[in-house]
Design a protein. Structure first.
Length: 192
């Protein structure tokens, strides 16, 4: 299951490497690196670990440089070298940039407060599918609103990318529920 929808913020070529897509190449590359940093942040939060100073202090200038046409490969190495070991190991095991994002998406849990509040111990398969679909729709609408209004601040950009990650992991969970790979009892421990 490789569901991945990045709302045209990052484009990938036929080989799965970042390309211009709908936005300019520098913007697509910068967005890709920012997406990696947000997946990293999600993994750190799941493990109760702090975000490194690199992401608080230096990341913005690295992204700005890449957006202006700076060395993408060097910037990617810098970002990955400051990521959690789990992210680094996944990066080493992939053949393309798209594959890395897909693996990151597959390796984070379905943990979400709104999801946890709706998934109870006595829920059946159809109810679970409805809950996930409903949450996906709400998150997708939020993302589309952000994109229509434009991203004005660093905080809005952060929320947008976190919602993109939430959307992708919920959709992946929905695929697994739909194919009967997961049930409510499988997800219950993740969302407590």
């Amino acid at each position: 299951m490789n569901f991945l929808h990045l709302f045209d913020m990052v484009g990938f070529d036929a080989n799965g490497n970042v390309c211009a897509g709908v936005c300019e190449l520098g913007v697509s590359r910068s967005n890709y690196l920012y997406l990696l940093s947000k997946y990293n942040q999600t993994i750190l939060q799941e493990e109760g670990l702090p975000v490194s100073d690199f992401f608080k202090v230096e990341l913005a200038s690295v992204l700005a440089d890449v957006e202006k046409g700076g060395d993408f490969e060097m910037a990617k190495k810098r970002v990955l070298s400051n990521c959690h070991l789990k992210v680094q190991h996944l990066a080493l095991s992939t053949q393309s940039e798209k594959e890395l994002v897909s693996l990151l998406n597959a390796n984070i849990s379905a943990r979400d407060e709104a999801f946890a509040n709706l998934v109870g111990k006595n829920i059946n398969h159809l109810q679970l599918a409805y809950i996930i679909t409903s949450l996906c729709g709400k998150v997708e609408n939020k993302i589309e609103d952000y994109l229509l209004k434009g991203i004005g601040s660093k905080n809005e950009k952060s929320k947008l990318f976190k919602d993109v990650i939430k959307y992708n992991r919920l959709m992946l969970t929905a695929e697994k529920v739909g194919s009967l790979e997961l049930s409510a009892t499988d997800l219950w421990p993740d969302v407590v």
